[in-house]
Design a binder for this molecule. Structure first.
Ligand code: ADP
Ligand code: 5GP
Length: 204
């Protein structure tokens, strides 16, 4: 077996988590990061106003629209999209550096961004988080208490179109019981990281 001749070396795994606003992506991703300290979380840039409790460089890099557009021009993003009326983007250099170092990288981004990532990195793994019901999604969005009624209505209205993007994903996980949902996503990552197709023979 070719793989056995040299020392097997794995490039990092690029995991993309998407889903409607309020479904629990952030909660799931935080739990994954607590479980696996080596998992690299990609901090995105955004033009959205900072929420209470958020910090610069931790949740996002908060940019003005002018600065964000300049970064698009400079090719600084692996992907970017306008989501719910604001711009969001994934800094490219962080992803390239971490994957080359063999680290697994977690992206929590919207569906338009996920499709762009799959194009640039066909070996990436796309996970779609689904709500148990629309009523529960609405309940979670308002229960979080971070957004105005107007923002919540705008985000809920997008769910109908967002649903149609499921076909581009590799896995779907329903976030009903949070512990079970985290376990499922973490099992997907573990299985994908062990996939034989990811083993590269070290160049002699
Ligand atoms: P997202 O990042 O997808 O917008 P959050 O992770 O912020 O969503 O979760 C939205 C709200 O739903 C939060 O208040 C969170 O505590 C809650 N939540 C997340 N997962 C569950 C779950 N499985 N059951 C009940 N509430 C949940
Ligand atoms: P929020 O404003 O609730 O933090 O995020 C709103 C939406 O933007 C979510 O669907 C989230 O996944 C998405 N998002 C966050 N960062 C990025 C990013 O870098 N790129 C893209 N395309 N979407 C992002």
């Amino acid at each position: 077996m070719a793989v056995m001749r040299g020392k097997p070396m794995n490039k990092g795994l690029l995991i993309v988590v998407s889903g409607p606003s309020g479904v629990g992506k952030g909660t799931i991703c935080n739990a994954l990061r607590v479980q696996d300290k080596e998992l690299v979380y990609s901090v995105s840039a955004t033009t959205r106003p900072m929420r209470e409790g958020e910090a610069e460089g931790v949740n996002y890099f908060f940019l003005s629209k002018e600065d964000f557009l300049a970064k698009i021009e400079a090719g600084a993003f692996l992907e970017w999209a306008e989501v719910y009326g604001n711009y969001y983007g994934t800094p490219k250099w962080i992803i390239d550096t971490q994957l080359a170092a063999g680290n697994n990288v977690l992206l929590e981004i919207d569906m338009q961004g996920a499709v762009q990532v799959k194009k640039a990195y066909p070996e990436s793994v796309l996970v779609f988080i689904l709500p148990p019901s629309e009523a529960e999604l609405a309940k979670r969005l308002s229960g979080r208490g971070t957004d105005s009624a107007e923002v919540i209505a705008k985000r809920l209205a997008c769910w109908q179109a967002e649903k149609a993007m499921l076909k581009y994903y590799d896995y779907a996980v329903i976030n009903d019981d949070i512990t079970l949902a985290v376990k499922k996503v973490s099992s997907i990552i573990a299985a994908e990281a062990c996939s034989v197709k990811r083993i590269e023979e070290e160049k002699e």
